[in-house]
Write a protein that binds this ligand. Sequence first.
Ligand code: CO8
Length: 257
Amino acid sequence: MSDLVLSTLDSNNVLHLRLNRPEARNALSRPLISALAGALRAAASDEAVRVVLLSGGDKQFCAGADIKEFVAEGGAVLEDRQRIENWAAIESFPKPMIAAVEGYAFGGGFELALLADIVIAAENARFGFPEINLGLFPGDGGTQRAARTAGKALAMKLILTGEPIDAATALDAGLVTELVPAGDAAVRAGALAALIAAKPPIALRLAKASVLAAFEVPLAAGLLQERQLIARAFATEDRMEGVTAFKEKRPPVFKGR
Ligand code: CO8
């Protein structure tokens, strides 16, 4: 694994992935995106990983796409197949992913946070899409996910002005799950990750897929998909264990089957 993304699996089956390019404010160069996608591809098929906790360190989450790559290579970056496939691997990571945001999440960094299922932000966090100042706008899903998550009014303001919002505004807009004092985001995210990691893994994946369908398909299709997915959860050994443990008044032991 490249040192652009530091990786540690803790005793709660939570994989901590930390963006580690502080000298460039964690800008998402292609090597960094590739390292993150590689770690997530491996985590997707590793039974020991139940939840991923993504962070950028104490000072910043991420300053966005690597502007120096655009300068050096122009539009070729946009059409780079590998970059597109790597970003798609991050977008489609099937297990729960929690982001811990300290400092700023700008541009592609904000888009990365929008890919997390739960976002814990420090009170000093800021979220913004400064791309307009570069003659651009978000190109890794930001226009779609910000509009669907926060609504048109705030998405337009963010994207058309380039001005960031503070953590409290992001919380009000539903872009963030919880706020914590500065410096505590990873700790709180770790506690939530441990709580989720103890839940039945198949049901977690199915539940995530079902919620994400709400962003993709009309209500009737989403409801149908929910029924199909819950039928799969119903057929698991873990569902039987959960119900048996409830009847026997003991904690369940989930095996991911
Ligand atoms: N890309 C590359 N390098 C960066 C980036 C970046 N996004 N951000 C910071 N850096 C580098 C700086 O160039 C500097 O390098 P050097 O020391 O070699 O000069 C180093 O990091 C430190 O930067 P600062 O001195 O500016 O650090 P500060 O702590 O003072 O400020 C900020 C941090 C506020 C984050 C500031 O650096 C900043 O405004 N950065 C740019 C933020 C930005 O515009 N982000 C949007 C990028 S575009 C994008 O995300 C999506 C585009 C569309 C994608 C399409 C898909 C292909």
